[in-house]
Write a protein that binds this ligand. Structure first.
Ligand code: SAH
Ligand code: SF4
Length: 345
C-alpha cells in the first residue's frame, strides 16, 4: 500500500496544510511536522512526540518521509564532495558540495536525469533527457548534504535545465524557503538557465531566486553551435528577457561565460559582451572550460582569461574569475553525468 502514501517532502507548506486539513487537523500542525522533518531530520512519525499518538498513527497510514543517503561519495583534494544518489527507478544523479571558508558550503543540485538542451560542450547534455526530477528528489539532495554539515547556498547548476522542469523546481524552492523547514533566504539560492526565454519570465514572476544565465557566446553564430536553444531564443531575445527580469533592488543577474580556447575567448568577444550587457543589471562569472574526454574543446591560456577579465573590469563590469573545484573527481560544472550511458537504439 506504500505507493498510496504521500511523501511529506513532496509538499510545499501550503500543500501540507491542505493535506492536514483533509485529516481534520489544524494549520499549526504543519509547522510542527516541518520542524521535525527539516530541522531535526526525523523521518519516523512515531518520534514526533508533540503530536497525539492517534494522529501519529494516522500519519503513518497515509504518509511517509523519504530519506536519502548517497550510494557513493567522492572527495576531491580541494575538499569538494560529489554524491551519487540512486533513484527509486534505478536512475542516478549527482550532487556536489563545494566548501567555502569557515565550514560553510554551497550545494550544487541536479534537476533532471540528463538534459534535453544538447549543449555541445557539456557532458550532461550528451546523453539526452531521461526524465525530470520530482520536487522531493531535488529537496532530498539538500537534506542528504545537510547531514554532513551546514549548507549555506544552493545553486541549481548540476545536471539538467531547471527551467525545463519549472513546476517541480518552483515547488522545491517553496520547500527550501519554508520558515519552519529549511528556511533558506531567496538571496542564497541561484537557478541557472541556458536561456529558455518564456520560462525565465514566468519563473521571475512566480517566485524569487537569483538567476544565472549561461551566455557562453557573444554572436548568434557561435551560440547556435554551442547551445542549440539559441536557435529558438537568440541573443537579442535573451538579453531583452534579462533586462525585463523582475528583481529586487541590489539584485543582479549572474552571467555565466565559459571561456573556450579559440572559440569565444577573444577580445572581440569581450567587446561584444560589453554591448550585449548594456542595461542589464548583471555580474559576469568567467569560467575556464573544464576539459573532459570526448570533447575537443580546450581551456584557454591563463593570459587570455586575464585579458578578457581586465577588458570587462576596465568598462565597469563586475567580472569574477571562477576557479573550478573538484576537477579531479569530475565534479566541476558540465562534468556531471551520474551513471548515464549513451542509449543504444
Ligand atoms: N542547464 C543549466 C544549469 C546546469 S549547467 C545551464 O546550462 O545554465 C551549469 C553551468 O555549467 C552552465 O553555466 C554551463 O554553461 C556550465 N558548463 C557546462 N559544461 C561545462 C564545462 N565543460 N566547463 C565549464 N562549464 C561548463
Ligand atoms: Fe543542459 Fe546546462 Fe549542460 Fe546545456 S549546459 S546541456 S542546458 S546542463
Amino acid at each position: 500500500m506504500s505507493d498510496l502514501k504521500i511523501d511529506i517532502k513532496s509538499l510545499t507548506p501550503e500543500a501540507l496544510v491542505l493535506f492536514l486539513n483533509g485529516l481534520g487537523k489544524e494549520k499549526f500542525r504543519a509547522g510542527q511536522i516541518l520542524r521535525w522533518v527539516y530541522k531535526r531530520g526525523v523521518t519516523d512519525f512515531a518520534e514526533m512526540t508533540d503530536l497525539a499518538k492517534e494522529f501519529r498513527a494516522e500519519l503513518q497510514k497515509r504518509a511517509f518521509v523519504s530519506d536519502w543517503n548517497p550510494e557513493h561519495i567522492e572527495i576531491s583534494r580541494d575538499g569538494t564532495e560529489k554524491y551519487l544518489f540512486r533513484l527509486n527507478d534505478g536512475e542516478s544523479i549527482e550532487t556536489v558540495r563545494i566548501p567555502m571558508e569557515s565550514h560553510r558550503s554551497t550545494i550544487c543540485v541536479s534537476t533532471q536525469v540528463g538534459c534535453a538542451m544538447q549543449c555541445e560542450f557539456c557532458l550532461t547534455g550528451q546523453f539526452g533527457l531521461t526524465r525530470n526530477l520530482t520536487a522531493e528528489e531535488i529537496v532530498n539532495q539538500v537534506c542528504a548534504a545537510m547531514k554532513r554539515g551546514p549548507v549555506n547556498n544552493v545553486v541549481f547548476m548540476g545536471m539538467g535545465e531547471p527551467l525545463n522542469n519549472l513546476e517541480n523546481v518552483i515547488t522545491a524552492l517553496k520547500i527550501f524557503y519554508s520558515e519552519a523547514g529549511l528556511d533558506f533566504s531567496p538571496r542564497k539560492v541561484t537557478v541557472s538557465t541556458s536561456g529558455l526565454v518564456p520560462q525565465m519570465l514566468e519563473f521571475g514572476t512566480r517566485i524569487r531566486a537569483n538567476l544565472a544565465v549561461s551566455l557562453n557566446a557573444t554572436t548568434d553564430e557561435v551560440r547556435d553551435r554551442l547551445m542549440p536553444i539559441n536557435k529558438r531564443y537568440p541573443l537579442k531575445e535573451l538579453m531583452a528577457a534579462c533586462r525585463n527580469y523582475p528583481m529586487v533592488p541590489g539584485q543582479r543577474i549572474t552571467i555565466e561565460y565559459i571561456l573556450i580556447k579559440g572559440v569565444n575567448d577573444s577580445l572581440d568577444d569581450a567587446r561584444r559582451m560589453v554591448k550585449l550587457l548594456h542595461g542589464v543589471r548583471s555580474k559576469v562569472n568567467l569560467i575556464p572550460y573544464n576539459e573532459h574526454e570526448g570533447s575537443a574543446f580546450k581551456s584557454p591560456d591563463l593570459k587570455n582569461i586575464e585579458l578578457f577579465q581586465r577588458y570587462l573590469l576596465d568598462r565597469d563590469i563586475v567580472a569574477i574569475r571562477r576557479t573550478s573545484k573538484g576537477e579531479d573527481i569530475s565534479a566541476a560544472c558540465g562534468q556531471l553525468k551520474g551513471r548515464l550511458e549513451k542509449k543504444q537504439f
